[in-house]
Write a protein that binds this ligand. Structure first.
Ligand code: PLP
Length: 382
């Protein structure tokens, strides 16, 4: 079994994740903020430490600005639907995942004005087009940090600086880059940063969150309300962070997993994780370039690009290639549109899609060689 679908979810999870989740559940993963007994306080410390680690990783204002949710799709819904109201204007890009595009489409139906900045056929944001979409009344800009289809990285600091100058809120989707590429909320002028636990952060599904500045939090309506274990005599949603956006019991086993993976990422160093995956990816691309009938989609450069290869087979059906990779060689990839239809439109691969091979730092050179020889055999058979 060879796994090249790291963009979908990371595998294997960081060392310590499975063991620590098992241990936590076995010894009682008691609810926080609801009990004064030692077990509850100890889970509380784990949650606090997780916020601290996320806060350090992302250059967050304070650890209380870290909100934990059930995942990045939930985060993006809470952020976009909590910040935008009818009449507001928002700008996004063609590289977005449906996690951004579908909430925006729902909001459009309620009267929010949505503009989409174009990207090139290599997946790069066209800056002039982005600038031309900004208006004096633009309230919010939301972009991904990197495309989950082709690995193109968007210039978040440049976008953030433009937004800050014009008083526009900047929201970043870091699903593919958190824990791998540098992100610093304050230096990159990010107002809200959404993250997924199970992808580049190497934890389990069902945990994610967002980091929000105090200022942005003041403008954001809580989409969910319910018990927080704080100010229980009041029927109103608490004002203070993180409780304002954390109604209901949190995914505590998921938080234990996230804490374990963050510890590993801190110890290993995001730059080393990136370099290991990128080394495999670069070698793959330089060999794959010579395979007849295989067209590489996405940026023509390798630097500052996430380790994601988008492959288009000129003589074969892309879905069939992915099927044969799995069936004959035990290689897991993903074909289709990857929940990012507008990205494929920009790349010229809509509606056909591509075969996506996404690399992780724990993949090996031998696995890359097996993938390359499988692709050579499959294309020869066309
Ligand atoms: C850039 C990006 N944003 C958002 C998501 C949504 O992630 P999830 O399904 O884990 O909520 C993905 C998933 O692939 C993604 O790649």
């Amino acid at each position: 079994m060879i796994y090249f679908d790291q963009c979908s979810t990371s595998y294997p999870k960081a060392p310590g994740v499975a063991e620590q989740v098992y241990e936590a559940i076995k010894t009682g993963c008691f609810n926080i903020n609801r009990g004064g007994y030692a077990g509850a306080l100890s889970t509380g410390e784990t949650v606090f430490d997780t916020r601290e680690r996320l806060s350090r990783l992302f250059g967050a204002p304070k650890s209380r600005n870290v909100i934990l949710t059930g995942g990045i799709t939930q985060s993006l819904n809470m952020i976009l639907k909590g910040l935008l109201k009818p009449g507001d204007h928002v700008v996004t890009t063609q590289m977005e995942h449906n996690g951004v595009l579908r909430p925006l489409t729902q909001l459009k139906a309620t009267g929010v004005e949505v503009d989409i900045a174009a990207c090139t056929s290599e997946g790069e944001l066209i800056m002039e087009d982005f600038l031309s979409k900004l208006r004096p009344d633009t309230k919010l800009v939301v972009t991904t940090h990197a495309s989950n289809v082709c690995g193109a990285v968007l210039p978040i600091r440049e976008i953030g600086a433009i937004c800050r100058q014009r008083g526009i809120l900047y929201v970043v989707d870091s699903a593919q880059t958190a824990g791998v590429l540098p992100i610093h909320m304050q230096n990159d002028y990010i107002d809200v940063l959404a993250f997924a636990g199970h992808k580049s952060l190497l934890a389990t599904q069902g945990i994610g969150g967002f980091v929000i500045t105090d200022e942005a939090a003041r403008h954001m309506m809580p989409l969910l309300s319910g018990g927080t274990g704080s100010f229980s005599s009041s029927l109103e949603v608490p004002e203070h962070l993180p409780d304002r956006f954390e109604a209901g019991t949190l995914n505590l086993p998921g938080i234990v997993a996230l804490r374990a993976s963050l510890t590993y990422i801190e110890e290993t160093g995001p730059q080393n994780i990136y370099a290991a995956a990128h080394g495999l990816f670069s070698r793959f691309i330089s060999e794959a370039k010579g395979i007849p009938g295989l067209r590489l989609v996405g940026p023509s450069h390798l630097e500052n690009r996430c380790p994601v290869a988008a492959l288009d087979f000129t003589e074969l059906d892309n879905g069939e290639v992915a099927y044969r990779l799995d069936e004959t060689y035990g290689i897991m990839t993903r074909s289709g549109l990857h929940c990012a239809p507008l990205a494929h439109q920009a790349l010229g691969t809509f509606p056909k899609g591509v075969v996506r091979c996404s690399f992780g730092h724990t993949n090996t050179q031998e696995e890359v060689d097996v993938l390359l020889s499988a692709l050579r055999e499959i294309t020869r058979s066309a």
